[in-house]
Ligand binder design. Structure first.
Ligand code: ADP
Ligand code: 5GP
Length: 189
């Protein structure tokens, strides 16, 4: 029987900073890492697949799961709910498998208080101007959502002081290397 508990990594960073881009590369090189799929009430963006990018659920169903205490953490972000199911996290870790949660800061701090061994990594933009440029360049948000996400970004960057590690995503390759070093160091502990 496998008695080793898997490692839990929590990755946060302002919307548009490049988390998705970095994680895609990281997971290609690390088949020993699993990425958790969150539930959300947000509408899918073009190309997003239910059960892959998120479990896209109705608000009523999300709130029922909250009532039934199914979430390890959940929050409201930019007018929508997002959450991580507790059963999936506990099951994965107890099998000795490593898990990454890509979630925002309020959820990350809920995780740290419940599972203090979780490793929190925050991805920073080189500047707020570059963050806005990337968010607009991605072409997925309307103006209101862009403004909300930029306001959230300032709050989240302040909150990142509570994280174990901070990585600046300026040059993609350099940021990926730094992220990998943090992951490898903690996997080998
Ligand atoms: P997030 O998942 O954090 O919201 P994305 O991964 O969707 O962000 O990245 C937002 C945009 O920024 C994408 O168009 C992506 O190609 C671009 N991007 C990501 N990392 C970099 C980087 N280091 N330099 C320049 N552009 C980047
Ligand atoms: P997006 O709408 O861009 O996919 O995600 C918006 C924000 O919600 C991002 O910061 C993302 O990391 C965060 N997020 C995604 N899933 C979860 C989750 O399950 N819990 C929490 N707390 N945040 C999440």
């Amino acid at each position: 029987m496998n008695t080793q508990v898997g490692k839990l990594f929590v990755i946060s960073g302002s919307s548009g900073v490049g988390k998705g881009t970095l994680l895609k590369e990281l997971l290609l090189q690390h088949p020993d890492l699993n990425l958790s799929t969150s539930a959300t009430t947000r509408h899918p963006r073009p190309g997003e697949i239910d059960g892959v990018n998120y479990f896209f659920v109705k608000k009523e169903d999300f709130l029922n799961s909250v009532k039934n205490e199914e979430f390890l953490e959940w929050t409201e972000f930019n007018g929508n709910y997002y959450g991580t199911k507790e059963a999936y996290v506990k099951k994965t870790l107890s099998k000795g498998e490593n898990l990454i949660l890509e979630i925002e800061t309020k959820g990350a701090l809920q995780i740290k208080s419940k599972l203090p061994d979780a490793i929190l990594i925050f991805i920073l933009p080189p500047s707020l101007e570059e963050l806005e440029h990337r968010l607009r360049g991605r072409n997925t948000e309307d103006e209101e959502s862009i403004q909300n996400r930029l306001n959230e970004a300032k709050r989240e960057i302040e909150c990142s002081k509570n994280y174990d590690y901070r990585v600046v995503n300026d040059d993609l390759k350099k940021a990926l290397k730094e992220l990998e070093e943090i992951i490898n160091k903690n996997l080998n502990k």
